[in-house]
Ligand binder design. Structure first.
Ligand code: PXG
Length: 286
């Protein structure tokens, strides 16, 4: 395994960053999770754009330009001989003094890890997933905009712990107004009366690249889509529900807080979108 750190490659055991890196000390940094399918990096330019957006919002200057960063990712994938896998692209604030002031950090660091990804076992894609609502609310946009994909995931981890405690794989998080935001590492969708719905950007979710891909496929295929505000009532009374994410892809949800969604099996629109997503990935040219 070859791991990129600031222009050099290291083996798994030798790939290290400083304990004085503010990414480690304070979660001060941004990242992307990206997939490689059939030797192609899926939607790389969208991920790079989002990374730069996250970095800009926290006044972090990546040490490489967008094109250089794309090339570094592509080169790391090539060197690892990866045909299908997962890329973790991280930009940290870099080494500095103790104390949160980022101005002591002279230069941001770039780390690129290419590895395998564990998806949910196949049976969950066949039978669907049960989720719960977390009592942990998604951090509000006026504190830390959820569109910033930052290295500090404690908000999401707190909700994930609640999911695990409830015996579930995932939890849905509400925003501070009580509207549905997203799951801990996935966006959420419902289908009601044939309309595909997902929380609007102002509801406080990451602007997911898988979510955008699924909405694009739905529009192309004549499925009505709506970005709106959703409550738990909407989830409970939906005909279908599913989650989307780089790791999960399109994952059906069949039970929410003990309420059976639809007839308790992955729905027809969900199944169609799972197939359309697979096709979009298979035919992706880059
Ligand atoms: N919301 C949150 C909070 C996320 O972290 C998504 C939605 C889905 O976005 P994309 O662009 O992936 O469709 C994410 C994505 C990991 C991991 O290692 C996390 C994500 C993606 C890949 C891997 O836990 N989060």
């Amino acid at each position: 395994m070859k791991i990129y750190i600031d222009g050099k490659y290291y083996g798994r055991e030798d790939a290290r960053i400083s304990v004085f890196d503010h990414g480690f000390l304070y979660g001060d940094g941004v990242f992307e999770g990206i997939r490689v399918y059939n030797g192609r990096v899926f939607r790389l330019s969208e991920h790079i754009e989002r990374l730069y957006g996250s970095a800009k919002a926290v006044l972090l200057e990546p040490p490489l330009g967008k094109a250089e960063l794309e090339e570094a990712v592509a080169e790391t994938v090539r060197l690892n001989g990866t045909v299908n896998g997962y890329i973790r692209l991280v930009v940290t604030r870099g080494k500095g003094l103790l104390g949160i002031d980022p101005s002591s950090c002279a230069k941001a660091s770039v780390i690129i890890i290419v590895d395998d990804l564990r998806l949910y076992p196949d049976k969950y894609y066949r039978d669907g997933i049960e989720i719960v609502t977390a009592s942990t609310r998604r951090i509000s946009s006026d504190s830390l905009d959820p569109r910033i994909k930052s290295l500090n995931y404690l908000n999401n981890i707190m909700a994930k712990l609640e999911a695990k405690a409830a015996g579930c794989l995932e939890a849905v998080m509400l925003n501070s107004d009580g509207f549905v935001a997203e799951c801990t590492a996935d966006n959420i969708f419902i289908v009601k009366d044939g309309v595909l719905m997902t929380p609007a950007p102002y509801c406080g979710a990451l602007d997911g690249i898988t979510m955008r891909t699924v909405v694009g496929e739905a529009v192309k295929n004549g499925i009505r889509t709506l970005e709106t505000t959703l409550t738990r009532y909407d989830l409970y009374t939906a005909d279908e529900a599913f989650m989307t994410g780089t790791g999960a892809e399109v994952a059906p949800v069949v039970k929410i807080d003990g309420r059976v969604v639809g007839d308790g099996a992955p729905g027809a629109v969900t199944g169609r979108l799972m197939r359309l997503f697979k096709e979009a990935v298979a035919s992706y040219e880059g």
